[in-house]
Design a protein around this ligand. Structure first.
Ligand code: HEC
Ligand code: HEC
Length: 345
């Protein structure tokens, strides 16, 4: 049988190498249907069976050979695995600026049983965050890098100025020794991956270049306050010409998260409510504070390292802290020593 309607590979499950089963709600006139496709020929439906009342996520139950166990392989390299990203631009809007690196952020587990306690940032519900650092993205959008296994991680795609173009708001993790691939930021569900070799695979895996001081684990007082002390405090403490915006240590966090329209707090809370991040609308890229400084502000000149500190803090959603207790913070610092071989010298 062949159908002239638009067909889409959806929730596909291979039966044998060349025939897949799929579900497509709109296979008119069949309605919710189970169909069989031939993968290597023109997409023609071979068999359709209408399901009543529904057949969401069908699984083939034909017996097949038991896969070989893989546990032995996992034990060989206990601490690390590899990520291969084929093209970061898949899934990002076409007018996205070049993506030159990825930021890798670890999500430390919450250690306290009480909800929203301690409060790490502006939503009261923020997860722990620990910036492991950045890895390069090649010209073709590919990346290949080592990362610690057994740690929940998420990624940010960074433009050349270091600001995040897109942030992953779910975590993924590696098994020891695993090489895990992904396509873009991300590919559409029915898009096949491009059949070409990623440039990043022509070289050894990148090691992670650690972020600025105070980002592993995240701490506003160590990451951002030193920049304010060096470049802003002379005018932005009570009694000074810019005293209306107090950037001394006890007031700076509040001043920075509430400044401007939308303020950093508005930005983070909106993203929190929506539960998603929007490509091209990152916290640093849209920050009124960075715009003010970049435009020229009373002769303030921030070196690249200081700018990076502000950007990292804003793009990791303006948290005051990234760990839930001093003991956890200590553990994260020890992990940094233990993972030294994964990091760029
Ligand atoms: C910066 C862009 C970006 C990159 C690069 C990226 N992701 Fe994601 N990822 C996302 C977004 C956006 C989502 C959708 C859900 C969300 O908002 O987190 C997601 C979701 C996921 C999910 C959850 C899927 C689900 O159904 O819950 C996994 C797993 C994942 N990504 C793994 C990876 C892996 C593996 C890589 C490659 C090393 C990768 N991601 C690279 C942005 C990205
Ligand atoms: C040489 C003095 C000086 C330095 C250094 C300085 N500022 Fe300012 N800033 C001012 C003055 C003066 C104002 C205006 C105060 C007013 O309107 O009451 C101001 C205003 C501001 C405002 C509010 C702008 C508005 O009108 O909406 C922000 C935000 C700000 N500064 C941030 C910073 C930051 C961040 C730094 C450091 C990176 C910094 N400033 C360094 C003098 C300075």
């Amino acid at each position: 049988m062949s159908l002239s309607c638009l067909v889409e590979y959806h929730d596909r499950q291979p039966f044998i190498r060349s025939v897949a089963c799929l579900l497509k709600g709109s296979l008119q006139p069949f309605g919710q249907s189970l169909a069989m496709f031939h993968l290597h020929r023109k997409p023609v439906v071979h068999h359709v069976r209408t399901c009543a009342p529904a057949c969401t996520y069908p699984l083939p139950v034909q017996p097949r050979p038991k896969p070989a166990p893989v546990s032995d392989r996992l034990a060989e390299t206990p601490e690390e695995g590899y990520f291969v990203l084929t093209n970061v631009r898949e899934g990002l809007p076409a007018d996205t600026p070049p993506i030159t690196s990825l930021r890798i952020v670890a999500v430390p587990a919450k250690t306290q049983p009480e909800m929203n306690t301690p409060n790490l940032g502006v939503t009261a519900d923020d997860p722990g965050k620990c910036v492991l650092g950045t890895v390069p993205v090649e010209r073709d959008g590919s990346a290949y890098f080592v990362a610690p296994s057994g740690v929940p991680l998420f990624f940010q795609a960074l433009a050349a100025d270091g600001t995040a173009v897109q942030t992953m708001r779910t975590a993924t993790y590696l098994q020891p020794g695993q090489k895990l691939g992904c396509v873009g930021c991300h590919e559409g569900r029915s898009t096949p991956a491009a059949n070409r070799r990623p440039m990043a695979l022509n070289r050894p895996p990148s090691r992670i270049t650690p972020g600025p001081e105070g980002s592993w684990p995240l701490r506003f007082d160590k990451l951002v306050q030193p920049v304010l002390d060096r470049h802003c405090a002379s005018c932005h403490t009570p009694g000074k010409p810019g005293g209306r915006w107090n950037l001394s240590p006890d007031a700076a966090y509040h001043t920075l998260v509430t400044y401007g329209q939308p303020s950093l707090r508005d930005h983070v809370q909106t993203r929190y409510r929506e539960g998603r991040s929007v490509a091209g609308q990152g916290a640093a890229a849209t920050s009124p504070i960075l715009a003010l400084i970049r435009k020229g502000h009373h002769g303030v000149r921030l070196e690249a390292g200081d700018m990076e500190r502000l950007i990292v803090w804003m793009d990791t959603y303006a948290q005051r802290l990234g760990s839930f207790s001093p003991a956890q913070e200590q553990e994260l610092m020890l992990l940094r020593q233990r993972w030294a071989k994964l990091l760029s010298p």
